[in-house]
Design a protein around this ligand. Sequence first.
Ligand SMILES: [Zn+2]
Length: 163
Amino acid sequence: MTLCPFHNDKNPSMQVKTDDTIFYCHSSACGAKGDIIEYVSRKHNKSVSDTIIYLTKLYGLRSPEEKQRFDYIYKDTEGKDKFRKVKTVYENKMKDHDWQHKNGDIWISGGGGLKPILFNLDKFKDYMEVIICEGEKDCQNVNNLNLEQLATPARGILQVQNQ
Ligand SMILES: [Zn+2]
């Protein structure tokens, strides 16, 4: 039992069943109940569809609203996945860029306080000359010209010049 966030709770009256992720408030005046989507939706005052997008983004999962998605994986010099930029185009033509870091086997939204690295850094070490592009898509366009390339995440240009 825990304090219910949906009424002025003094004695813990909310029960959470973690096996089927159902919450239930035993206060007769409140009676809040539902699943994880309902909980996050009420807690953050979001619509159900916005909640689903929010949760799928938070945990690096694919959203049902997605129309097109591009994953740009940033690997370190050893070729290990470090960061990912997910460019999502939604059904309503809204676009979104999400910067994620890898924690174990899962992708988590945000940089995780880690220093950003260059896109294609794993290839960079093998070349004497590189072309620095503004974004990953330009990198791929340059790559199509059979030139190797790398890019910085947003605001990364100065860090390149300093190195
Ligand atoms: Zn309650």
